[in-house]
Design a protein around this ligand. Structure first.
Ligand code: NAD
Length: 392
């Protein structure tokens, strides 16, 4: 593959890699010799784990069971699990018998690795399944993560982790009690363009960040889906994709916001948005003095992460979707390998699980809870019209 980075950058990454993995800190950016390109798909995958160390254990792949076979499982996770090196699709949990038949045939899943929501707890006795991946509507994450931990399995849970910080804490506690690890589906934390903007911002490559614009929205289809129901989704676009904008502002600055103000837009389609917001805006202040402005929407598309720094700027646009992501800086384009986000994420998480390592904090339940706490503060700020102090 193309030699995209300088020797000094490689040396820097190697040095950083050594100290970062020892401390379990996020490793910012990848080294260029970590990737190999697939000749058919053109996508890149990792030769080494995200910390630059050899992948997992040769010949041993963790078995993943997907809970909930909707859009994300069917179109993104199951295909990605055909490419992963550290894990494989071992089981499924579904309430729809027809889906069970289809998936068993398509992915060669044995009947004994197929569960419904009632028989799910029996997965405790299934040695084929090491990790349970919860891909259900947001309000159901808590119950199934807790049950997965009680079954003695590691867990990956989709974003947003839950609809309240209290539910997040219950999930963290259940996994701790079972001595199992909990990862959130933060696929972008393993994605090369995203890791590069984390590096540009956190290492102040263009000087201190002054201002961040971080927005994610799309035009939603079926108005009857669970995403439009407050009890199941926890809210509207903020819970669904606004969480990416919150993450973006946090990971480019590497800081936690100290205050938030927020506003709901007037509803342009009130008959459709009876339970959840249609579009909203919020502003964070960070300890360094950096500020961010964000938009999320279910009626208009936006997908951009832009940072203006003292000595230049950088941006990703698109910034949060499945890719290819695209980036530029005031000095030229950002060049990184294009990867399968879901495969990178699951391989990254399973690499640490196979090696018996603690997952880096920024992909765990603790990080999921930080985001859900911020999402709730954004709603509170918009509802009250007041600036919310986040220091306490
Ligand atoms: P979906 O509606 O397509 O699938 C949900 C699944 O849950 C379906 O199989 C459905 O049958 C099942 N289900 C069980 N009980 C249900 C109930 N009471 N009501 C509705 N569905 C029920 O949703 P999705 O798009 O696959 O999203 C699932 C989760 O994955 C969500 O938490 C979402 O935020 C997350 N997600 C993450 C990404 C990402 O990029 N990380 C992308 C899409 C979705």
């Amino acid at each position: 593959m193309k030699n995209q980075q300088s020797n000094s950058r490689r040396t820097f990454l190697r040095n950083l890699g050594a100290s970062a993995s020892a401390l379990s800190l996020p490793l910012l950016g990848y080294a260029d010799n970590q990737f190999v390109q697939n000749e058919t798909s053109g996508l890149y995958s990792l030769l080494t784990d995200p910390n630059g160390e050899p992948l997992g254990q040769p010949g041993r792949k963790l078995g993943i069971a997907l809970v909930g076979l909707g859009y994300y499982s069917k179109n993104l996770l199951a295909p990605a699990l055909q490419e992963t090196k550290n894990c494989r699709l071992a089981g499924i949990v579904t309430g729809t018998p027809a889906k069970a038949d289809e998936w068993m045939k398509k992915y060669n899943i044995p009947k004994e690795n197929v569960y419904d929501y009632k028989t799910f707890d029996r997965i405790a006795d299934n040695k084929d399944v090491d990790v349970i991946y919860v891909v259900l509507p947001n309000s159901m994450h808590e119950e199934f993560v807790v049950r997965a931990a009680q079954a003695g399995k590691h867990v990956i849970c989709e974003k947003p982790m839950a609809i309240t910080p209290k539910a997040c804490q219950n999930m963290i506690d259940a996994c701790k009690k079972a001595n199992k690890q909990l990862a959130i589906g933060y696929r972008l934390h393993y994605e090369p363009f995203t890791k590069e903007v984390m590096r540009l911002g956190q290492e102040k490559v263009f000087g201190p960040i002054k201002f961040v614009e971080s927005s994610d929205g799309f035009r939603i289809g079926d108005p009857t889906q669970w995403r439009m129901k407050k009890a199941m989704a926890g809210g509207g676009p903020l819970m669904d994709v606004g969480i990416y904008a919150v993450q973006g502002a946090r990971y480019v600055t590497g800081e936690e916001p100290v205050s938030v103000t927020a506003q709901f837009s007037p509803k342009t389609e009130p008959e459709k948005f009876k339970e959840v917001e249609e579009t909203m805006f919020w502003q964070f202040q960070f300890p360094s003095g950096a500020v961010s402005n964000s938009t999320t929407s279910y009626t208009a598309g936006v997908e951009r992460l832009y940072a203006s720094c003292e000595k230049g700027w950088f941006e990703l646009s698109p910034a949060f979707g499945y890719g290819p992501l695209k980036g530029r800086t005031s000095k030229g384009p950002i060049e990184q390998p294009v990867v399968n986000h879901q495969a990178m994420h699951m391989d990254g998480v399973c690499s640490d699980l196979l090696a018996g390592k603690q997952l880096p904090d920024h992909v765990t339940g603790e990080e999921g809870k930080r985001d859900v706490t911020l999402l709730q503060a954004i709603y509170r700020a918009a509802e009250t019209g007041k600036k919310i102090n986040l220091r306490g």
